[in-house]
Ligand binder design. Structure first.
Ligand code: TXA
Ligand code: MG
Length: 350
């Protein structure tokens, strides 16, 4: 176990010294957990193979699963990747922000950082602490989500500390992540075509504003077939899976409640849309009910999902039920994360 310093930054104007201290840790090859607008990241110098190895070790992550390199401004990608006109159209519209773009890598990015691939993922985060840290470090910061491999990405300092205390040098507590799900990942296929590898806050419709064709990788909404070639190494790893089985229910509230009652379990947990809470409370008085946000507000649900899954995971439930999101807009990102948490188990009740 290593000594981890936790630094709280709640006011950017008083943060300069803290940021500089964390930046020096990055420069000397250390590990710093920092907040972004999506989820917390576990960062290290992206130009150092040794630093990348440290990240893999701290997370318990297979080293063929590449890291995203975080840059301070879109044009910084020039030093590390082969950019294109479409990259700059994306940058102009969505950066800084929750978008990651896969580009051909230059030799300046060590193979360890990109998991041995000839491409590399770049992202320019909008969070002021992330941005200030990258600038102060003077190098791009390689960072996966700051969870132990296999558990949901952390969206609060508390969850980061649970996973990463003793495994990194510094944790910067910058409060709760605004969005709560990881960035949208796209790969540039050609100048008019993007392949969506991971949905996020930036939706396929948003992407269509700068690119005429948006292809959606099959693995975004379906389980990979045995032996199928993966487009993104992360797709093949088990993700976001709590200890209790998660079951997605697709139906209206009364039908779901009936199903839950018929399938006897002792310790039941349900993520319930805000409006449906009174009905669930009346019908399932013994179940633990978590408010999953308003039905029509996917961003509220995105903000809560990983937090709730992690909290639920501590309670040893026999089963965790959750609703099935639509496959459109921001809900596509929820759907993508939730089917993984549920190991693709959806009970259709309509
Ligand atoms: O919001 C986010 O993207 C957060 C914050 C910290 O920026 N980061 C994040 O990183 O979610 P990570 O490592 O947990 O997820 C990155 C995903 C992985 O599934 C990885 O396989 C994929 O991106 N990836 C990275 N480089 C790739 C590449 N060159 N080609 C295809 N997929 C890549
Ligand atoms: Mg991750």
């Amino acid at each position: 176990m290593m000594e981890t310093e936790v630094i709280s930054i709640h006011d950017m104007s008083e943060s300069i010294e803290s940021i500089q201290k964390a930046a020096r840790v990055i420069q000397s090859g250390g590990l710093v957990v920092f907040p972004t607008e999506t989820v917390y990241g576990l960062g290290a110098d992206a130009t150092s193979a040794m630093a990348a190895e440290k990240i893999y070790r701290a997370k318990g992550r297979p080293s063929d699963n590449p890291l995203i390199i975080h840059i301070a401004t879109p044009s910084d990608a020039e030093d590390y990747t082969v950019t294109s006109p479409l990259y700059y159209r994306l940058a102009e519209r969505f950066m800084p922000g929750p978008l990651t773009v896969i580009l051909l890598a230059k030799d300046t990015v060590p193979l360890a950082t990109r998991g041995g691939l000839d491409t590399v993922a770049v992202r320019c985060p909008a969070h002021p602490i992330a941005n200030a840290l990258i600038r102060a470090a003077g190098v791009p910061i390689a960072a996966p989500s700051a969870n132990l491999s296999g558990s949901p990405s952390p969206t609060t300092a508390k969850h980061v500390i649970e996973d990463m205390r003793g495994r990194c040098d510094v944790i910067i507590d910058g409060g709760d992540s605004e969005f709560g799900l990881e960035s949208t990942i796209v790969k540039i296929v050609d100048d008019d075509t993007l392949l969506l590898l991971r949905p996020g806050k930036i939706t396929p419709d948003d992407l269509r504003e700068v690119c005429s064709e948006i292809q959606i990788a099959e693995a975004v909404t379906k389980a990979l077939a045995e032996g199928e070639r993966v487009l993104s190494p992360g797709m093949k790893y088990r993700h976001y899976a709590p200890k209790a089985p998660v079951v997605l229910l697709d139906g209206d509230a009364p039908t779901c409640i009936r199903y839950i009652k018929e399938n006897a379990h002792e310790r039941i947990c349900v993520l319930v849309y805000h409006e449906e809470l009174p009905l669930y409370e009346k019908q399932l008085p013994d179940a633990r009910l978590y408010d999953f946000g308003r039905r029509a507000c996917a961003e509220e649900q995105a903000h809560k999902l990983f937090y709730l899954l992690r909290e639920a995971d501590k309670e040893n439930y026999d089963v965790i039920y959750a609703p099935t999101p639509e496959k459109e807009g921001v809900e596509l990102a929820l759907y993508n994360r939730m089917i993984r948490a549920a190991a693709y188990k959806i009970i259709t009740l309509k």
